[in-house]
Design a protein around this ligand. Structure first.
Ligand SMILES: [Mg+2]
Length: 189
């Protein structure tokens, strides 16, 4: 089964400055659940790769993070969207699993037996694009979350090509070739 990998904050759920510590902090980005459901309908497994350094910082426990992720999975399921694994890097300092390194993405690819070159990674920050590059995954940037800011600051040339879309819904439409999708828009050099 083909695989689609997503960042969590700024792609699936709205970023919170104080991080998402309880299920009450979860707010889906409009259209994200429906987009995941469309991927599922087209035969894709969908998994999430998220850095959550708050755990190592002691701002929340690993159990609390599990509760948030169970609630997120249920919120999505209520809209017909199925995500498989939610891989987390809870390190505080740089680690081979932590984005912008590729470890977590490689782990996801291995879990699903997916080929990197066939598995897009959708993120809203430079670290996401770098992780995708190092893992060999096609790079997709959304303008939700911190994506607009990342674009304003400019993307390093070596990350190209980067497909840029307004949000996950548009990125998925483009990938699935849906009529009404706006196609891949390469970022400005
Ligand atoms: Mg993010």
């Amino acid at each position: 089964m083909p695989l689609f990998l997503l960042d969590r904050d700024g792609v699936v759920v709205v970023n919170r400055k104080d991080n998402i510590k309880t299920p009450a902090g979860l707010q889906l980005i409009p259209g994200a659940a429906e987009a995941i459901a469309r991927l599922n309908g087209a035969g894709f497994d969908v998994a999430v790769c998220t850095n959550q350094p708050e755990v190592a910082r002691g701002a929340m426990s690993a159990d609390e993070l599990d509760v948030v992720h169970e609630a997120l999975t249920a919120m999505l399921a209520a809209k017909g969207a199925r995500i498989g694994r939610i891989l987390c890097c809870t390190c505080y300092r740089k680690s081979p699993r932590m984005k912008p390194a590729a470890g977590m993405l490689r782990e996801a690819l291995a879990n699903y037996g997916a080929r990197a070159a066939d598995t897009p990674f959708v993120g809203d920050q430079l670290a996401d694009l770098k992780a995708a590059f190092h893992a060999g995954c096609p790079r997709v940037l959304v303008r939700t979350g911190l994506g607009r800011k990342a674009l304003e600051q400019g993307l390093p040339q070596y990350l190209e090509p980067v497909a840029v879309h307004d949000d996950l819904a548009a990125a998925v439409d483009a990938h699935l070739g849906n009529p009404g999708g706006r196609g891949d828009i390469p970022s400005a050099p």
